[in-house]
Write a protein of this length. Structure first.
Length: 261
């Protein structure tokens, strides 16, 4: 399996600080082949020290990939996936508590979203807290793999507002959960199998996806367009600039991994 990857992040036109953080890790294993791990965290813009929370979460995920995941390599596939999910859930719970205590000790509020994608062989798992997103982009379309933990998403599911109305809803930035703002943040987890034709995995903050359509993501980052990491980075930059041209005010981050066979 060949892996091409890139990360693009920008503070944007309004914010002085970039409170986003991103991660891509790739490793080769004897038993399970290539493993890829991609994550994006969006420190809460309205809370103090959001960049501290997002950096803490990303560092914790990076350490997990390098220290805990290797200990699972001798497990069979099903046991590995079950153990990895339990391990990541414990990690996020521990990280949330540490961020919460850090803020309480200093009398400040801080938090972060976290969205992550783990690929081992032909299977994958997503984890999500907040409203950063994972997209899978195959040769036909871009599909969102995660569900936002937000007030707006809850309103859409209850039929209170439509998807089209969500962009102007006054509560569009209000989250139901974030890492660090409370001790009980619980990640949504999904599992699936990769298409044989390959796909591009996109992890992004809301500053990226809010004004960019799935069709635009597919057009620029489908596997056939991802010729090289340089090309991918260029397209991520162009999409981010497009978001800014549409008056996006938040930090913008996207991490992309193209998985081809």
């Amino acid at each position: 399996m060949e892996v091409k990857a890139c990360i693009f992040t920008d503070a944007g036109k309004v914010r002085k600080k970039n409170q986003d953080a991103a991660l891509i890790k790739v490793a080769n294993t004897k038993r399970h082949g290539r493993i890829s791990f991609v994550a994006v965290c969006d420190g809460m813009g309205g809370l103090s020290k959001g960049e501290v929370a997002s950096c803490k979460a990303i560092r914790s995920l990076e350490n997990w990939f390098g220290e805990e995941l290797p200990l699972m390599q001798n497990m069979d596939e099903d046991e590995l996936w079950n153990t990895a999910e339990k391990s990541l859930r414990r990690l996020l719970a521990r990280c949330s508590s540490e961020i919460f205590r850090y803020g309480k000790h200093r009398g400040i509020s801080l938090g972060t979203t976290v969205t992550a994608f783990l690929q081992i062989g032909m299977r994958y798992m997503t984890l999500n807290i907040g409203d950063s997103r994972i997209y899978a982009v195959d040769r036909r379309e871009a599909t969102r793999l995660t569900k936002d933990q937000s007030v707006v998403q809850d309103k859409i599911e209850k039929g209170i507002i439509t998807q089209e109305e969500s962009g102007s809803d006054p509560q569009r930035n209000v989250l139901l959960q974030c890492l660090g703002a409370g001790k009980g943040a619980v990640a949504d987890v999904t599992r699936g199998e990769l298409p044989r034709s390959g796909m591009t995995v996109i992890a992004c903050s809301d500053g990226f996806w809010r004004t960019i359509s799935e069709g635009e993501i597919h057009e620029k980052l489908c596997p056939q367009m991802c010729v090289s990491p340089k090309d991918m980075l260029w397209e991520c930059r162009k999409l981010s600039e497009l978001a800014m041209s549409r008056n996006e005010e938040d930090n913008i981050s996207v991490a992309a991994v193209c998985l081809e066979y």
